[in-house]
Design a protein around this ligand. Structure first.
Ligand code: SF4
Length: 211
């Protein structure tokens, strides 16, 4: 990451990591994608079953490819037949390790995520023994209120551009609090602390990742 953005990210990350640890999360700062990939793979025990969801940032650092190629049991919904995907998504809820991203983080160490189906939020809240969150520093907002606003008015409308539907955000780029079948904002989870301690592990990357 070029200066001064890299310096800015590093300084904010020092505050963020300290605050995440105060809430019993594990947290690590990696300046770039390559070091983030190395750290993330270290956090996954050999032989573990590994599922994922909402993991665009993890994809961008090469973690999905690393899991597929490594000594792990990948629960890979992308490679499952369409009719098998719901079953595979449920299997992810009992994986040893679940990999995901964050829609937003507050500098005081709270994570905000939004889901249409709820499978990712269910995994984060309870189920897999270990959750590995890969997130870029572009997701970090000053306050929890700002983080919720980011998740609702930036991440969700941007995410919706990946799908073919007619929600207001897809047409205009702005959220209009829709309620229809195509809405991807059906559940909102704020992860405030980590229990048991260390279950959720953050790999914070000093680059812009995901949406
Ligand atoms: S318009 Fe609907 S789908 Fe789009 S961001 Fe708002 S609530 Fe979510």
């Amino acid at each position: 990451m070029e200066e001064p953005k890299g310096k800015y990210y590093e300084k904010r990350a020092q505050v963020l990591v300290k605050n995440l640890r105060s809430r019993n999360f594990e947290a690590y700062y990696c300046a770039d994608k390559a070091s983030a990939l190395k750290k993330a793979l270290e956090l996954i025990p050999e032989g573990a079953s590994v599922g994922w969801g909402g993991a665009m940032s993890a994809q961008q650092i090469g973690l999905m490819d690393g899991v597929r190629a490594g000594a792990y049991q990948a629960i890979d919904r992308e490679q499952a037949a369409p009719e098998d995907r719901p079953k595979v998504m449920k299997q992810c809820l009992l994986a040893d390790v679940f990999i995901t991203g964050a829609n937003a983080l507050s500098l005081d160490g709270q994570m905000v995520n939004i889901d249409g189906t709820g499978n990712r939020l269910a995994a984060i809240a309870y189920g897999p023994e270990s959750i590995v969150v890969i997130t870029g520093m572009n997701k970090v907002a000053d306050t929890l209120e700002d983080a919720v606003r980011r998740a609702r008015t930036v991440a969700a409308p941007m995410n919706k551009q990946r799908f073919d539907s007619d929600t207001p955000c897809q047409v205009t780029g702005a959220c209009a609090n829709c309620k229809g079948d195509s809405c991807i904002c059906n559940q909102i989870l704020i992860t405030r602390n980590c229990r048991p301690a260390g279950r959720i592990k953050f790999v914070i990357v000093g680059e812009d990742l995901g949406l």
